[in-house]
Write a protein that binds this ligand. Structure first.
Ligand code: OOG
Ligand code: MG
Length: 261
């Protein structure tokens, strides 16, 4: 039997991120490594990031759409944390050398007007407590070789979180049908993927509710008002290459974009 050192695993993943190299999956070495162990490593990783001086700016849900489940060959939503150093301005740029094998996802983010708490909050209840919604890109960059992993691995790896690009306008959710926001993902003028917000658990508000319910069941309490939550990629993620211009249009919310230098 192996003894698993959660701290050491978190350190390994942070080093892989900081030095842009991929590592092999934890589950390859420890077949018994499970979902709850994945979150223990993620919690260690968050502690280490905080002690490096980084601050949490948002929560994220992942694997919330059929397209993502199929692409990654995993079947369950997961959550992670977005840090201040991950923030890229709208119309800004990312530098290819800072990544291993980055992919882009178009998502919808929520900003809470009130605290929300599990164990059984619903999407409708979340919506009643939401101050605003906005378009967001998430750039994911798995620290695992070939961008392949099992769920416990990707949970430990803070769900591949790497960068975020928020739109600069926040919208009133009451003015939208949250099941019907169409989103395009265009790279270098070519439509690479498109979808509708309903792809995210029927309604992205359900993804926020699920986050609150998961956090509660993991003993992590409520999500405080003012929190920002990324609800998960609407379409499959697309691999980025140097020189890419990425733009997404969201029905009724306009465009967000960035370049890869
Ligand atoms: C895991 C993160 C998935 C999403 O929006 O579905 C995610 C991955 O695919 O590497 O962020
Ligand atoms: Mg995502």
């Amino acid at each position: 039997m192996f003894l698993i050192d959660y701290r050491e695993l978190a350190e390994l993943l942070i080093k892989a991120e900081e030095n842009q190299y991929a590592v092999s999956c934890i589950t390859d070495k420890f077949p018994d490594f499970d979902l709850s162990m994945g979150y223990v490593v993620q919690d260690e990783l968050i502690k280490m990031k905080k002690s490096q001086g980084h601050e949490i700016i948002a929560f994220k849900m992942g694997i919330t759409s059929e397209a993502k489940m199929k692409q990654m060959n995993v079947d369950e939503p997961i959550y992670g944390t977005v840090f201040d150093y991950m923030l890229v301005p709208d119309k800004g740029e990312i530098v290819m050398e800072e990544f291993i094998h980055p992919k882009i996802e178009a998502e919808i983010a929520f900003i809470l007007a009130e605290d929300i708490e599990g164990p059984a909050i619903t999407g409708a209840e979340v919506l009643a407590k939401t101050k605003g919604i906005l378009p967001v890109f998430e750039i994911i960059d798995s620290r695992y070789e070939n961008f392949k992993f099992k769920l416990p691995d990707v949970i430990a790896d803070n769900t591949s979180a790497s960068r975020v690009v928020f739109g600069d306008k926040v919208f009133d959710p009451k003015e939208f049908d949250l099941e019907k926001i169409r989103v395009t993902l265009i790279i270098n003028g070519e439509l690479k993927a498109n979808g509708t917000s309903a792809a995210v658990l029927g309604n992205p508000a359900n993804s926020v509710a699920m986050l609150a319910n998961m956090l509660f069941s993991h003993g992590k309490g409520k999500i405080p008002k003012g929190s920002i939550i990324l609800t998960g990629g609407i379409t499959e993620a697309i691999l980025l290459t140097k020189g890419d211009h990425v733009i997404s249009n969201y029905d009724g919310m306009g465009d967000i974009s960035f370049n890869v230098r």
